[in-house]
Design a protein around this ligand. Structure first.
Ligand code: HEC
Ligand SMILES: [Cu+2]
Length: 352
């Protein structure tokens, strides 16, 4: 991904980081995003200059007292080809470069650790798998890919960390994700960049990037004693999910052990990958995804579980191993991904 010569890059970085208008570059993606931004800026400036230069020089060269009589020119293939090919080339570079960057920004590395973010009027809540809660603050380790799974409790918000060149819509009813890898320890701004009501401008916070050691200390020091998955386990019992999803053969519902990350056959013939969004949707609206081989007896939990509760349930199901026990996730910095289960009879499972 080194699209720009390192020497030129060092020069530009020095120049940019002294410019107070420009936020610091504190994530792995920031230099790439800035390089591209600079390219777009430069071709725009170049284009503007060319136009201004021609407007000024032509008005002097072809002013009325020098050319009282207009001369008709019937076109020039060379000229027209030039002004077509050059901009086309510049735009194609922008397209390819932008597309490569886009894929990098929108595809989190598979080993990324996951943190949940809930936006609401007018605050940001962060929930670490280890059970640490934060409001208007987010602690992350440097040198590690962090993925945020985000949702809004009310209206549209937008989660933006300028120093990381990260910005993503936070939408009611749907999980969105964003990822970054912080490179420099420090404290950075967090903004809501979508007008979301009266106190929108106060929906701000702090991103604290810490060295992995400091981060370990922070997670150990701020744990509430039970992980998200353990909270989820309690909800799973209190909401009555356990009665149908006990994992035993005579239960009314399918076993949820190790379903996460695998594929399920739906009653309408389609095959769905079990991800966070799928789990959330089935809990709120079970008829939306009717699993093959089961009757539609699961009640809807719409209005009964908060977004935080849903996150705990999702985290619980995500971490269920085959014995219906939760993988311990008190430590945020290593979150296990559960291998998809082997297809069991009558379970509607399909092979990967
Ligand atoms: C009355 C029994 C019942 C209750 C209570 C119940 N479910 Fe279900 N659940 C089912 C049945 C039956 C299915 C399969 C058919 C379907 O998709 O509706 C299912 C499907 C699911 C699925 C789809 C994944 C899969 O492996 O099939 C998830 C996830 C799920 N339930 C989670 C929950 C959670 C979480 C709760 C509690 C908040 C809950 N269920 C409460 C009966 C129940
Ligand atoms: Cu907002």
């Amino acid at each position: 991904m080194h699209y720009i010569s390192p020497v030129l890059w060092q020069f530009l970085e020095k120049f940019l980081s002294r410019l107070p208008l420009f936020p610091p570059e504190a994530s792995s993606i920031a230099p790439y995003s800035d390089a591209f931004f600079l390219y777009l800026l430069l071709i725009s400036v170049f284009g503007t200059m060319v136009v201004i230069a021609m407007v000024v020089s032509f008005s002097i060269l072809y002013r009325k007292d020098r050319h009282p009589e207009a001369i008709q020119i019937e076109g020039s293939t060379l000229l027209e080809t030039t002004w077509t090919i050059i901009p086309l080339g510049l735009f194609l570079i922008a397209f390819v470069w932008g597309a490569l960057l886009y894929f990098r920004i929108y595809n989190p590395p598979t080993n990324a650790m996951n943190i949940y973010i809930v936006g609401k009027q007018w605050m940001w809540k962060a929930e670490h798998p280890g059970g640490q809660h934060e409001i208007n603050a987010l602690h992350v380790p440097t040198g590690k890919a962090v993925q945020l799974t985000m949702i809004s409790q009310d209206v549209f918000h937008s989660f933006s960390i300028p120093a990381f060149r990260v910005k993503r819509e936070v939408i009611p009813g749907r999980y969105t994700t964003v990822w970054f890898e912080a490179t420099k320890p420090g404290t950075y701004h967090l903004f809501c960049t979508q007008y979301c009501g009266t106190l929108h401008s106060q929906m701000i916070g702090e991103i604290v990037a810490m060295t992995p050691d400091d981060y370990q200390k922070w997670t150990a020091g701020s744990t509430s004693g039970s992980s998200l998955a353990q909270n989820g386990e309690r909800l799973f019992a209190s909401l009555g999910c356990a009665s149908c999803h006990s994992g035993s053969a005579d239960a009314h519902g399918p076993s949820l052990a190790e379903v996460y990350g695998g594929k399920l056959q739906m009653a309408n013939g389609s095959v769905v990958t079990v991800d966070d969004a799928f789990l959330r949707d089935t809990i709120l609206n079970p008829t939306m995804h009717q699993v093959a081989g089961y009757s539609p007896i699961m009640p809807t939990y719409q209005g009964q579980v908060s977004e935080d509760g849903l996150i705990s349930l999702v985290e619980y199901i995500k971490n269920l191993n085959s014995n219906y026990r939760v993988h311990q996730t008190l430590n945020t910095s290593h979150v296990e991904t559960v291998a998809p289960a082997a297809p069991a009879a009558g379970q509607g499972m399909v092979k990967q």
